[in-house]
Design a binder for this molecule. Sequence first.
Ligand SMILES: [Zn+2]
Length: 268
Amino acid sequence: MTCEEAQELITALVDRELLAPERGSLQSHLQECPRCRFAVEQEQLLKQTIRGCAERMHAPGELRDRILSDRRISPKKSHTRWQDYIWPMRHLAGSALAVGLFLAIALPAFFLLKPTSEPIAAALLKTYDLFARGELSVRRTENPDEIVEQLTRAVGGHFHPMDYDFTAMHLRPVAGLVREIQGRKILVAIYQGPGSTLFCYTFFGSEQDAPGNAARFYDTTKKMNFYAFSRGRVNAVLHREGDIICILASELPIDQLLALAKLKAKPS
Ligand SMILES: [Zn+2]
């Protein structure tokens, strides 16, 4: 195998996409070629850097809208893979310049253009993030009934937000808002107390709305499933009451949140 052939396969190797025969011949080339070994290390480093940054990157809504509506960047039917963005810069891999350029240009594009196949539950936790960072303006009220009424009206009375009472945990409802994600209306009741925030989302759905990597807990007393998952520092627990999905999200420890959901959930 020549260095040129090896270079072609390095990305696939790092992505674990190589079949055994190709992997074998690439690995024997790597054993005797320090230059290609270096390229592999750089590719792995790049991948790790991207992963690390992905958790911390948030594009402002306005920028996101501008990019998504720009036909030059975002043609209607594109299913671009992130590798396509890196490809032109691949030969630069190994230099700090490539990493810098990549982070500056390709990475935001990747996150903004990613098809919205993300489960609804994961998308919802972004609302929590925005609120926690003070980037989501909500109209606060002292009156919990007003929140329930306002949210119920927003969905034409088809369903209600769960009006859970969390006063035992010193959490009081402070605001409500409606989100529309993937054509579905989501009711969001926000509870706050000293040093903590809890979101309660309600929407029409099924247990399929839990992210694929959620941990499922079956409660033998209530005979219900609970799904726990996290995004960054936000933990969430999903359960179903009839046709309605309820998600509690908070920075509270996941076991505490799970206990809370189990306590409040009503078997359907
Ligand atoms: Zn080589």
